[in-house]
Design a protein around this ligand. Structure first.
Ligand code: ZN
Length: 355
């Protein structure tokens, strides 16, 4: 049984100032695990936040580049991590997921300090584990998410804007996928609440997305950037903590999975959320939501997210392979109708000539 679904959070350039007050009830020793660059970006603020307090940092430990069981086992054996009362996860999704699984396996609480905003990893209790070669291993479902999320908008504004750009695409899928995947279902209280929270993963992005990206590009914390950070991390994360996996995913992520089998995706470094944002257009075309398609197509065009195959270095020649992989996973096994290869192909063709 889950005892806690919602992490608390603070956001803003002074977010870390709350560290001692928030964490001290859980002990006095914290080990920091994260990405090397992320820890370098956060260290000064973190040190000054704990200075002169009872809360001691036992050390800073690079997570190892991949959210893998191998890295988790290696970290677990480090004495300063072993003896810590709590773990601070600093960085992006993979660093945070590493800590999530380590904390769950060693019965410790953890706190998250996202330094980029490309996913809701800092908030969701779902962790994604990979093999050392980078291929997907498994989904890991923790009993509890982080106790608190410290979102420092200044640090995130200084990270490369491409992560935020892709994060917008990925987060918006939460609305379109949950609303379609749950259509016609009798939903329990928490599932219904999750679907309603996911409804916030569209409007604010269209409204504030372009300005937030502009601010991130000029390394400036702003109210619009905060709106988008809360959308990417909090709205999306809470929705995912409340609804089950069948509802939280759908055709946009199926399309993403499809693109993982064509070599151009890796070769040109197309990001998860970038491809998912194209998947949203496919979802809307298949679902015949033409007004929404118009709105999201124009938003994608405005901020440079993909609207057609060439934007993903792909062509109609790849489509059969993409569709086969897309429909072979779990993403559309729970859907209001059977999604056929022909429906996806027609939608992609429709998008190719969409103006
Ligand atoms: Zn995603």
């Amino acid at each position: 049984m889950k005892t806690q679904l919602f992490p608390s959070y603070t956001i803003g350039p002074d977010s870390y100032r709350e560290v001692v007050k928030t964490c001290i009830p859980y002990g006095s020793k914290a080990a920091v695990i994260g990405g090397e660059r992320a820890m370098a970006a956060a260290r000064k603020k973190l040190e000054s936040a704990v200075e002169g307090s009872q809360l001691k940092i036992t050390g800073y430990f690079p997570f190892g580049g991949e959210a893998s069981i191998e890295n988790i086992e290696r970290l677990k054996a480090i004495p300063e991590i072993k003896e810590a009362d709590m773990i601070f996860a600093v960085g992006g999704g993979k660093a945070i997921d590493t800590v999530k699984v380590l904390a769950q396996g060693t019965n410790r609480v953890f706190f998250t300090f996202p330094t980029i905003a490309s996913t809701c990893a800092a908030c969701t209790s779902l962790g994604i584990l990979y093999h050392p070669d980078g291929s997907l291993r498994e989904y890991s479902f923790s009993d509890e998410p982080a106790k608190h999320i410290f979102i420092d908008s200044e640090i995130i504004a200084n990270a490369p804007d491409k992560y935020l750009w892709a994060g917008i695409g990925d987060s918006m899928a939460k609305y379109f996928e949950t609303s379609v995947s749950s259509r016609g279902d009798e939903l329990s209280h928490s599932q219904a609440m999750g679907v309603n929270i996911a409804a916030m993963c569209s409007g604010p992005f269209v409204k504030y997305g372009a300005k937030a990206l502009e601010d991130c590009r000029s390394h400036k914390a702003s109210a619009e950037l905060d709106e988008i950070l809360l959308g990417v991390i909090i709205s999306t994360g809470l929705a995912s903590n409340l609804v089950n996996i069948d509802i939280t995913t759908g055709l946009a992520h199926a399309v993403y999975n499809g693109f993982t089998v064509i070599p151009q995706t890796e070769h040109y470094g197309h990001l998860h959320g970038e491809i998912v944002s194209y998947g949203i257009l496919v979802l809307l075309a298949v679902d015949k939501q033409y007004d929404e398609l118009k709105r999201i197509h124009s938003f994608n065009s405005k901020i440079g997210l993909p609207t057609k195959l060439s934007h993903l270095h792909s062509s109609m020649d790849d489509v059969d392979k993409v569709i086969e992989k897309a429909l072979s996973g779990i993403d559309v096994r729970h859907y209001p109708y059977v999604v056929t290869p022909a429906m996806v192909r027609d939608a992609i063709e429709f998008l190719e000539s969409y103006k």
